[in-house]
Write a protein that binds this ligand. Sequence first.
Ligand code: SF4
Length: 522
Amino acid sequence: MFRQAKRRTAGRRNFETSKAASIYQSTPASTKLYSSRLSFYDLPPLEEITLEQFETWAIDRLKVLIEIESCVARGKSLKDTEVVVKPLLLKYLPLTANNGSNVDTSLERKKDHYSHYILRLVFCRTDELRKKFIKNETILFKIRYGLLSPKEQQEFIESYSDKLPWQYIGNEEKLQLFEQLYTATGATIRNTLIVENSADPNFSISNEQLKQHIKTRENFIKLPFEKVPSLVSQRQVYLKAGFAYIPSTLQLSLLSIEFQDLLSRNLLRTFQTLPRLEEDDRILPLLTNLSTNFSNIQYDSASFGTDPSLISDINSQSIITPTINKHYPLCGSHLQKNLILNSHLKYQGRQQLGLFLKGIGLNIDEALKFWSFQFTKGSNTMTMEKFNKEYKYNIRHQYGLEGARTNYKPWDCATILLKPKPSKGEYHGCPYRDLSLDNLVHNLNEMGINNNQDINGIIEDVGKNDYTIACTKVFELTHKQQLEKSSNQAENLHINHPNLYFDRSRQLEKAELKSKGSQPVN
Ligand code: SF4
């Protein structure tokens, strides 16, 4: 896949002797590159990494950013987004604290650093991509800042004293000014705590508990008041001798504004230097691939089938029962419903449904039974001979048993959306894009979604061409109770593949039945 033989190092050699490199090497900031778990990514990476690392590190970061993007589009709060994203961070971009564990923290931090810079190359190209990247990276930054201990937060701020001339007040000063600080900032801190604990309906905090929280958890900084005019005008901070005293709760928004501004400036600079990359024929295809295919990297259909209990009951009979059908995404049920109704599906529909069924675990023998039965049943029957002559090859071809013997994978949403739209008498495609509004609402009602607000939210996503987000919302609404009970928060993953929808739905049912100690019913 990559050209390993031809090394293009002239650019790098130039950089090594460049002014930028000498600034990098001489600045004391280089010594602190990986001292903190968090970063403003203000120093570019200089070491070599392999092309494989280049690609896999970028894809891992992209998986996290895609999930953040999906959470924002589904209107999740920062706290809810954090719950969804945390397991992904642990899996793809862990940042372990330096607490004597055996983990190679500098490698983790290097991956985080390099992957951020690689994605800058991907997302710097248009205004829209830059905005998207800044928004998602800022949320990631906020989540990670919240995961630091108060001591680490303070160390992080102090390590950027050149950018953040923040002055932490000592414990003595805090206790001296405690009543004033409590009066000025108590209400804001209380509101933030209530929002953060909104998932707990019984959460409340007394005045005494709030005072205790401020004494033990809030680290105040003081800044010249003219640096924070909006906080001053909203009377959210205590003012004394020209300084505003700002609690930890409000520091994050100041910090994220700083992060955003810096990233915005740096993305433009990256864009301006991008033409130099045109010379490198190893990296450009990777970047193009990352930007065009990013929506289809999250679900690896090849991994399906690792749980044998989820494919053992898939056969030509069971796939037409509600027990299995209820796990289909709308595209799958729309195709199968029309196949059964018309005893026929045109080519694109056969490909989309056939590969989807292959992905859920239907083997070739059962697939041939299913398709031949559906095509030869009913009044305007096709003979078995005609089916064998004209359609059997097509089904065997999907399973890699004919022609080039390619083991075709089920189509992901991006592939489905790239295919030509269905014409009259065709049923392939994504129903969120291709059905009329009335027909879509009718289908949503059939799936048990009747609340007007829910339906309007889905239609709004469809109007913005966010079909996979509409589908993810439908999944969340139709699996609401199971998701609430699920201990695995990674269940909230964005839907970008019909087989991911099916797979997750069955996993949730399996977990629910296991907790009840029963089996699925037909
Ligand atoms: Fe199918 Fe994807 Fe459309 Fe959902 S978004 S209906 S899974 S194509």
